[in-house]
Design a protein around this ligand. Structure first.
Ligand code: ZN
Length: 178
């Protein structure tokens, strides 16, 4: 498949990823494409569902399997905005997924080339065709922006909370300067 086609589908995965921060989840999105159309999509809902396995890829694969009526995802390509972790890479192999396209690499948890390469592990009974780096900058930037905003609450919101405190005459922050 051409790089241009890959980009079109990765845009769809990116659109999914952008839905996650609304429920405080890390923005990762995935779509499953078969015969030129999206048959399943998902985004990270770990916080929303309080579920350690609620990764974008798992949601998209479950939906694809339900759509096909089979756990075997024949003829499918999964597009995901971040390199899959060990769980998701394992699930790709279990689903006998023919092809995976991912955007940004994950040097801390990636299991499709970074820390491990489960999708192409010769000792397993299935190997996935992997394309990496499609829209990597855009998908990586979405993550960077999300983590930066989470680490540093904006001055505007700190100011707003001071105002709220003054309005209802709450005592000052215990740790704050009196
Ligand atoms: Zn995962």
């Amino acid at each position: 498949m051409s790089q241009l086609t890959h980009k079109v589908w990765m845009e769809r995965a990116l659109t999914e990823a952008r839905l996650a921060p609304a429920h405080d989840d890390v923005p990762v999105g995935a779509v499953v494409v078969r015969e030129g159309r999206v048959i399943a999509q998902g985004h990270n809902r770990r916080e929303a569902d309080r579920d350690p396995t609620a990764h974008a890829e798992m949601a998209a694969m479950r939906q694809a399997a339900a759509h096909l009526g089979s756990w075997r995802l024949e003829g499918c390509t999964l597009y995901v905005t971040l390199e899959p972790c060990t769980m998701c890479a394992g699930a790709l192999v279990l689903a006998r997924l023919p092809a995976l396209v991912y955007a940004a690499s994950d040097p801390k948890a990636g299991a499709v080339g970074s820390l491990y390469d489960l999708a192409r592990e010769p000792r397993l009974n299935h190997r996935v065709d992997v394309t990496a780096g499609v829209l990597a900058e855009e998908c990586g930037a979405l993550l960077t922006t999300f983590f930066r905003a989470r680490r540093a609450p904006s001055r505007a919101s700190a100011g707003a909370s001071r105002e709220a405190r003054a309005a209802v005459r709450l005592p000052p922050d215990p740790g704050g300067v009196a």
